[in-house]
Ligand binder design. Structure first.
Ligand code: NAP
Ligand code: GLV
Length: 309
């Protein structure tokens, strides 16, 4: 039987070992870079692949992403025989929905303004409005965007959602396709980016989107850094079109010290912490995928390489 490679600079392999071996007692888990013979590896759990790539693993059948996103795996460098699965996990979905509600409420209740005012001893009364008077848009209403949309709805916001193909979500006004985004944007003064990064979604959070939104809108990007057209954001903030942005993901992580986004009062930077999966809850899925990969079957949450997500 083959061995499973664990390769991540963010996840602790020992957190996973217990839950995995409980479900698969004969699991041979090897942690990068001490994986022994490369030809033993037939399955890999990966956040980012090693710099030298995955070519040395000639018997690799499948990769289980340790994230919900897969763009960091650079699929173009992986042979077609290697199936890829995304991580879908209740802990990850719940944490993401919480983060989206937290950031939407922060803007909706003007907490960002009160935070700034409290630094300058400014007493500014801003009338609090009910959440029902605010429309929040969610770009990407898959597993995570869907969970976020439901939780946003439950606190009272009007919620719109955008997907690639047509979709129905209870209580959410749904839009799809390229034109659908800009029709949705005209209604939303808070926009949350929760898309996978593909050639179609690269740079999609940019001037055209900002222009379609009401004056003084807010942007929350929790998808990937590549979704944001960085050069468009500062002029949009300067003009007041965008009143604030919460950015959790960046093209370069950590964000370099000299990046112009640091120290901007209207930009909140969080270090890619919107959500993460839980080994206890996700181990079941991983073990199922190890078994499916070894049986030559389709994985659970297998990525459609032609779509890129
Ligand atoms: P998912 O279930 O695959 O959902 C993706 C959604 O995006 C779907 O609704 C899909 O539309 C839509 N979409 C994809 N391409 C599109 C396009 N060209 N136009 C319009 N809609 C498009 O993915 P997920 O599990 O929700 O994860 C989403 C992303 O969140 C991940 O890829 C990752 O980048 C990011 N993420 C970030 C963090 C963090 O901590 N910041 C954590 C986890 C994940 P269809 O429904 O029509 O397919
Ligand atoms: C984190 O960004 C993930 O893709 O799960």
């Amino acid at each position: 039987m083959g061995a499973v490679l664990f390769c991540s600079n963010l996840d602790d392999p020992e957190e996973w070992r217990g839950p995995l071996t409980k479900l698969m007692p004969d699991l041979d888990l090897r942690v990068y870079p001490n994986f022994g013979k490369a030809e033993d590896i037939d399955f890999a759990m990966v956040w980012r692949p090693p710099e030298e790539g995955m070519d040395q693993f000639k018997n690799l059948k499948a990769i289980q992403s340790l994230g919900a996103g897969v763009n960091q795996l650079d699929m173009s460098k992986l042979p077609p025989r290697v199936a890829i699965a995304r991580l879908v996990d209740e802990v990850l979905s719940k944490a993401m929905a919480e983060f989206c509600v937290l950031t939407a409420l922060r803007y909706h209740r003007n907490i960002d303004v009160h935070e700034r005012n409290s630094r300058t001893k400014k007493w500014e009364y801003i009338i609090p409005r009910p959440a029902e008077q605010r429309t929040v848009g969610v770009m990407g209403i898959g597993v995570l965007g869907g969970a976020a949309a439901r939780l946003l709805k439950s606190v009272g916001f009007k919620v719109c959602g955008w997907s690639r193909g047509p979709k129905k979500l209870d209580g959410v006004e749904c839009f799809h396709g390229p034109d659908g985004l800009y029709r949705m944007a005209s209604k939303c003064s808070i926009m949350i980016g929760l898309l996978p990064l593909t050639p179609e979604t690269q740079g999609i959070i940019g001037k055209k989107l900002f222009d379609a939104m009401p004056q003084g809108s807010y942007i929350v990007n929790v998808g990937r850094g590549g979704h944001l057209n960085e050069a468009d954001l500062l002029p949009a903030i300067q003009s007041g079109k965008i009143a604030g942005a919460t950015l959790d993901v960046f093209n370069a992580e950590p964000l370099p010290d000299n990046h112009p986004f640091w120290n901007r009062p209207q930009i909140l930077i969080t270090p890619h912490v919107a959500s993460t999966g839980g080994a206890d809850t996700a181990a079941q899925l991983v073990v199922e995928n190890i078994r499916l990969a070894r049986a030559g079957k389709t994985l659970v949450n297998q990525v459609d390489r032609s779509k890129g997500y």
